[in-house]
Design a protein around this ligand. Structure first.
Ligand SMILES: [Zn+2]
Ligand SMILES: [Zn+2]
Ligand SMILES: [Zn+2]
Length: 423
């Protein structure tokens, strides 16, 4: 609730707040001028028998609390900020009663659907600068009762709006019906706590696929950027469903430029989503290539399962798990490469892949001279002999594989081959 609301202005509760810990606190040093008062407090303190144990601390201040309407329905919280963090329900009840009982009312509020109800000018003037200027103009005229029009909303919505100004109370069912009217009224009459309340209610359940277009249009009018963003997100997320609603149909007729704006936003969001998915997929493939490089060194240096260097025994490695996820996928390729009779680049598709993996390894290898991966030194001798374009492509690939994060997906020969073909 804002500082301008009638409820916030009452601060009687803070005066009545009990101070249970006062008699137990040691009095701080005082100056002479305040001595008589302190003495009095001190005497009072000693006249009360001190409890043996300190009483429990008072409950923490709550920043919100449930209130119950005069109709017995459970209502939303009254949230109060300022010097007093919460407010007595009795005070809220008193202001709510004043709204319903109309004692001393001096304003007739009327709506375009023929509705009329009474209100207190002092409350309206205090709560809204717009009401204030409207009612101030009336001062000095002869009529005792001022007729105040509230246009563009039904009686129930206007009444709910004015009741909120008195007591912050409302019926949940009415909020569902009139939240858009209230948002508009809060903007027109410059009552920010009701605008916040409406935005909160919409954010926490009242914003739906059915009303999102209406709310979005209203947020643009009412300067509610956060709510506007939430609407846009919902429209983008469920665009197919939103585009079937009555709100969308009416909007396309009344505001084609907004329709275009929204369609562009949806396309833009979709493009970004596809680009993100593409980046994730790309990272996955480079991660798999990195795994393949590690598995290649592991197979050529230590051997694993069915394949390894001549001078290493594979006993004990034929079964059991291998910590290199790409090892199994690479094993069959290496086995093929070892026995293939064609074996020339371009002559056999499998060997071609193997040549590419071996060259990639060579370009990444830090163990020149002692490396046991076949053809490692052969490729290193030929470094820089390819065309500038090919060299650039290899450098780019090496760079991406080196920086790729390791992914959990096992080495997939098909995807890795496809990537090698593209590079
Ligand atoms: Zn292995
Ligand atoms: Zn082959
Ligand atoms: Zn090497």
């Amino acid at each position: 609730m804002e500082s301008g609301s009638p409820v916030t202005r009452t601060s009687s509760y803070s005066v009545q707040r009990p101070l249970p810990s006062l008699c137990l606190q040691k009095a701080p040093p005082q100056d002479e001028s305040s001595e008589p008062v302190n003495q009095q407090v001190s005497e009072e303190t000693h006249s009360v028998p001190l409890p043996k144990y300190a009483p429990p601390p008072p409950p923490p201040w709550k920043f919100s609390h449930k209130v119950v309407s005069s109709t017995g329905k459970s209502l939303q919280c009254s949230q109060v900020k300022g010097s007093s963090p919460w407010i007595s329900e009795d005070v809220v009840e008193m202001w709510d009663r004043l709204f319903f009982e109309k004692n001393g009312a001096d304003v007739t509020v009327y709506t375009e659907d023929g509705g009329i109800f009474l209100a207190h000018s002092i409350v309206l003037v205090s709560a809204s600068p717009i009401f204030s200027s409207q009612i101030e103009k009336h001062h000095g005229r002869k009529q005792m009762i001022y007729r105040l029009p509230i246009r563009g909303v039904p009686l129930a919505a206007a009444s709910m709006f004015i009741r909120l100004l008195y007591s912050s109370r409302f019926d949940v069912a009415d909020m569902e019906k009139f939240v858009l009217h209230l948002l508009l009224l809060s903007h027109v009459y410059n009552v920010s706590f009701i605008k916040k309340l409406c935005a909160q209610e919409l954010e926490h359940g009242l914003l739906t696929i059915e009303n999102v277009i209406d709310v979005y249009q209203l947020t643009k009018l009412c300067d509610a950027p956060r709510l506007s963003l939430m609407c846009l997100r919902l429209i983008i997320k469920d665009f197919t469903e939103v585009a079937k609603t009555e709100g969308w149909r009416v909007m396309t007729e009344s505001d084609p430029s907004l329709e275009q704006e929204l369609v562009e936003a949806v396309i833009d969001a979709d493009t970004k989503k596809q680009e993100k998915l593409g980046r994730i997929e790309e990272e996955k493939v480079y991660g798999q290539l990195r795994d393949a490089m590690e598995a290649l060194v592991h197979i050529c240096k230590d051997g694993c399962r069915t394949i390894g260097p001549h001078d290493k025994s594979l006993e004990g490695r034929r079964s059991g798990p291998c910590k290199f996820p790409a090892c199994k996928g690479l094993e069959s390729l290496v086995r093929h490469f070892a026995v293939c009779r064609i074996k020339v680049p371009g002559g056999c598709v499998h060997c071609k892949r193997m040549w590419q993996l071996l060259e990639l390894h060579s370009r990444m290898c830090q163990q020149a001279g002692t490396c046991r991966v076949p053809l490692c030194s052969h490729f290193q001798d030929k470094l820089g002999q390819q065309s500038k374009k090919d060299e650039t492509k290899w450098k780019l690939l090496v760079n991406k594989v080196m920086t790729a994060k390791r992914k959990t997906n096992a080495f997939s020969l098909a995807t890795v081959s496809a990537r090698l073909e593209e590079e």
